[in-house]
Ligand binder design. Structure first.
Ligand SMILES: [Zn+2]
Ligand SMILES: [Zn+2]
Length: 321
């Protein structure tokens, strides 16, 4: 293997991925719930990483000129948001079935076009049984209760097995995460570049299942021959949230402990510290007082002794990695 720092720097002269934030909160603000679009910069086709907010997120991103990099001639029969949803969002990766991660997909489904939904088997089962069941919603998928409208092809991902994402130049490898119901981390690859998206997750020391540790080990191993370009990971609550009320989520303290464990495994520390770590799923608060975003940002910075680069996800923003 020859992947010293020089090689890494050379690879970094050009970005590999674009990430557009469609929703940055982990509840309770409808219109801005967990959802991201990711693409390889060599292609104009995105995969959606969760879809808590979809059409409103596309509208906010359009207003922020996030899609101006797309050069494909738009379909004149569609509004700008319809053009993005139909012609540039080619697949969904769903981390788990909680409403704040799937509500946007569900409500947009009558006007969406055909595309695959990729998820772990238990997540797809939750979607079928809970939503696409002709009670909560019509069955727009190709499995479950008849009649099946067959708009969405549901694909079960085998954990830790690389799968191509249809109509993109991306592949995905899924890892199970600990949460009140099974959640998922997705390692997305294009060429020699990797990006990792975490659905909701508790810390290993609270959840006692070692699931984050398994991903850190996998990524540290892969980083010997590939480049990890970026990460989206959740911090739902400020540090004052007690451990018995985390409900399968992270705080700045717990994220820092997990990243410190990862840092110890990685050979090329600079690759990790130079990389943007995007913080998602901050719980919006109706309470008066300091905005949780401000508190979380300060708590991350105060504990950042290893020099990580943190960015708080912001709805409508485009970032390249
Ligand atoms: Zn959530
Ligand atoms: Zn959740």
């Amino acid at each position: 293997m020859s992947s010293g720092p020089t090689n890494i720097n050379k690879l970094h002269t050009k970005p590999a991925f674009e990430l557009i934030t469609l929703g940055d909160t982990g509840g309770i603000k409808d219109g801005n719930l967990s959802a991201f679009l990711l693409r390889s910069v060599e292609d104009e086709n995105f995969v959606a990483l969760d879809a808590g907010t979809l059409v409103n997120g596309i509208d906010v991103a359009l207003a922020a000129y996030a899609f101006t990099g797309l050069t494909t001639t738009p379909d004149s029969n569609l509004r700008a948001n319809g053009n993005v949803l139909h012609n540039h969002v080619k697949a969904y990766l769903i981390s788990h079935g909680h409403l704040d991660h799937v509500g946007g997909l569900l409500v947009a489904s009558p006007a969406d076009n055909s595309k695959p939904i990729y998820a772990l088997k238990s997540v797809n089962s939750t979607m079928s049984e809970t939503y696409f069941n002709w009670l909560a919603w019509a069955n727009f998928t190709d499995r479950g209760i008849e009649p099946k409208l067959n708009k969405y092809k549901v694909v079960d991902l085998t954990p830790q097995q690389q799968t191509p994402i249809q109509n993109t130049n991306l592949t995905v490898t899924a890892f199970s995460l600990s949460h009140p119901l099974e959640s998922t981390a997705f390692v997305i690859e294009s060429n020699n570049d990797m990006f990792v998206y975490f659905g909701d997750t508790g810390p290993d020391d609270v959840e006692k299942q070692g699931k984050l540790n398994a991903i850190w080990e996998y990524l540290a191993q892969q980083m010997k021959s590939k480049v990890l370009r970026g990460m989206v990971i959740e911090v739902s609550f400020p540090n004052k949230q007690p451990d018995n009320l985390l409900f399968g989520h992270l705080t700045p303290k717990w994220l820092m402990q997990e990243l410190t464990r990862f840092h110890a495994m990685v050979e090329n520390k600079a690759q990790l510290t130079n990389m943007n770590i995007v913080i998602s799923h901050i719980k919006y608060s109706l309470k008066a007082g300091e905005d949780p975003r401000v508190t979380i940002k300060r708590e991350l910075n105060e504990a950042n002794r290893l020099g990580f680069t943190f960015t708080l996800a912001e709805q409508g923003q485009s970032l390249v990695f």
